[in-house]
Design a protein around this ligand. Structure first.
Ligand SMILES: [Zn+2]
Length: 427
C-alpha cells in the first residue's frame, strides 16, 4: 500500500507538547545535517556509501551519548535517515529533477516525521480529531476534511504561524482514462505582472505580499541584520530580542507562502477540472528575459527591486504550480504538456509576425504587421496553446534534467560511482 495523497490539518498542541515538538524539530534538523556530513565524509575519504542501516546504528550510539538525541522518538530519527536516503536516490535517478542533497538551514520550517506504526489517528467528534504521537500522547487537530484512506505516515510541522500535521494517505487514487470534458485545450502563460494568463482571455492574479507588509519585512530584515552584526562583534549568543525579530520575519514570510500556496492549489484545481489538456511553457528562460526587459523599459532602482521581489515570490510559486497541476491531474485525467518558451511573448498569435517591438509595454501587445491588439500575457498564452508539442512530455524533461545533473558531476564518473555504490550496499 503506497501513499498516494497528502492530507494536511491544523494541529493544536498544548504548550508543553509544542515545546517538546520544537526541540524534536531542531534535533531532526541536526540529525539530517550530521548524517549528510557523515555520508559525504565517508565517500570523500574512503569511497564508501553509508546506507540507512549503517546510519541507524550510528543513531543508536548517539542516543546513548546524548540525552537530547534520546528524547527524540527512535522511529522519528530513523525516518529522518530514510528521508536523507531518499534524497540521495532522487539525485541518482536521471528521471528525477532533484540535485544533490543539501543541508537543512536553521531558518527552514521545523518538522518531525513519524512512521505509520508509531502513530494512531482517531476522530473524536465532527470538528476534531486526535493523533497519538509517541512520548507526548494525544494531540488534537481540526478535522477539516475527510482522510479518505489509510494513514501511512505523518509529519508534524511549524511554519512560523501555525502547527500542522500532514498525513501520507493510501486512498487508491485511480486516474481516469478520459477527461470529463475531452477536447478542451488551454494554453497557460505564467508571468511576472499577472500570475496566470490563459489563452481564452482569463487572467488570475493575487497579491501575496502587500506593500505595507513588504516595507515591514524590509524593516525587520535590516534590523535582524544589524543585530547579527552587533552580536558577532561582541561574540555573544543570540539575544531574546533578536529571536523575537526572527520569529516575526518567519511569521510574515509564512503568511505570504500560505497565500501563494492557496492561490496555486486553487488555480490548479480549476484548470484541471475544466481542461483535458493544459499546455505550459517550459520553465526558466522566459522568467529571466521578462525581468530584464522590464528593467530596461522602466529604469529605476525601486522598479528593479520590486520586479526582483515579485520574481522571487512568483518563481517559487511556479515550481509549486507545476507540482500542483501534476498532482491534481492524477484525479481528473488531464494531460500536462510543456512546450518551448522561445518568443512566445514577441510573436503575434494571429499572423505569426515575431518582433520584440510588438510588445508595447509589459501589459500590451500590438502587432506591427497586422495590427492585432491584446493583453501581452494572453497573446503569449495563445502562442503556448498553439505551439507544437515536444515528442513526449517526459522526453523534454529528462533531457533537460540530465544536462543539469551532468554539470555537477561528469556522466562517466557518475556511472562508475553508481555501480560501485550498489555493489557496496548489497554486501
Ligand atoms: Zn499580427
Amino acid at each position: 500500500m503506497k501513499v498516494d495523497v497528502g492530507r494536511r490539518y491544523r494541529l493544536y498542541p498544548s504548550q508543553g507538547q509544542a515545546e517538546r515538538l520544537i526541540s524534536w524539530g531542531h534535533t531532526c534538523r541536526w540529525l539530517y545535517n550530521t548524517a549528510l556530513e557523515q555520508r559525504q565524509f565517508a565517500w570523500q575519504q574512503r569511497k564508501i556509501t553509508l546506507g540507512v542501516t549503517a546510519q541507524c546504528a550510528f543513531l543508536t550510539e548517539a542516543r546513548k551519548d546524548f540525552d537530547w538525541v534520546a528524547d527524540l522518538p527512535a522511529q522519528s530519527g530513523q525516518q529522518v535517515l530514510r528521508q536523507l536516503d531518499q534524497a540521495y536516490r532522487n539525485w541518482w535517478d536521471p528521471r528525477h529533477p532533484a540535485g544533490p542533497p543539501t543541508r537543512k538551514r536553521k531558518s527552514a520550517r521545523l518538522s518531525v516525521p513519524f512512521p505509520g506504526q508509531a502513530i494512531a489517528v482517531r476522530r473524536v467528534n465532527r470538528r476534531w480529531g486526535v493523533v497519538n504521537l509517541p512520548k507526548i500522547g494525544d494531540v488534537k487537530f481540526r478535522w477539516s476534511r475527510p482522510l479518505g484512506g489509510v494513514v501511512r505516515n505523518a509529519v508534524v510541522s511549524f511554519d512560523g504561524v501555525a502547527w500542522h500535521v500532514g498525513f501520507g494517505v493510501h486512498a487508491g487514487v485511480k486516474t481516469p482514462e478520459v477527461h470529463a470534458r475531452p477536447g478542451m485545450v488551454v494554453g497557460v502563460d505564467r508571468g511576472v505582472k499577472v500570475a496566470v494568463a490563459m489563452s481564452d482571455g482569463r487572467m488570475w492574479n493575487r497579491t501575496f505580499v502587500s506593500p505595507g507588509q513588504e516595507r515591514e519585512l524590509a524593516r525587520l530584515k535590516s534590523k535582524a541584520g544589524r543585530q547579527e552584526t552587533a552580536r558577532r562583534k561582541r561574540g555573544a549568543t543570540t539575544s531574546n530580542r533578536a529571536r523575537k525579530i526572527r520569529a516575526e520575519i518567519a511569521r510574515t514570510e509564512a503568511k505570504a507562502r500560505n497565500r501563494r500556496r492557496d492561490f496555486v492549489m486553487w488555480a490548479a484545481n480549476r484548470l484541471c477540472g475544466q481542461h483535458a489538456t493544459i499546455k505550459l511553457e517550459r520553465l526558466g528562460v522566459k522568467a529571466m528575459t521578462a525581468t530584464a526587459r522590464g528593467t530596461i523599459a522602466e529604469p529605476g532602482i525601486s522598479v528593479a527591486a520590486k520586479a526582483g521581489l515579485n520574481r522571487a515570490v512568483l518563481d517559487k510559486g511556479w515550481g509549486l504550480f507545476e507540482a500542483a497541476l501534476a498532482n491534481r491531474a492524477r484525479t481528473t485525467g488531464t494531460r500536462i504538456v510543456k512546450v518551448p518558451a522561445a518568443f512566445t511573448s514577441q510573436r503575434c498569435s494571429r499572423c505569426g509576425n515575431t518582433d520584440r517591438n510588438n510588445r508595447e509595454s509589459q501589459a500590451m501587445f500590438r502587432c506591427g504587421s497586422c495590427g492585432y491588439q491584446a493583453n501581452a500575457d494572453v497573446n503569449a498564452a495563445i502562442n503556448v496553446r498553439d505551439a507544437a508539442e515536444a515528442p513526449s512530455p517526459l522526453t523534454g524533461r529528462a533531457v533537460r534534467d540530465r544536462s543539469r545533473k551532468a554539470s555537477c558531476r561528469p556522466p562517466t564518473q557518475r556511472r562508475q560511482r553508481t555501480a560501485l555504490e550498489t555493489g557496496i550496499s548489497r554486501r
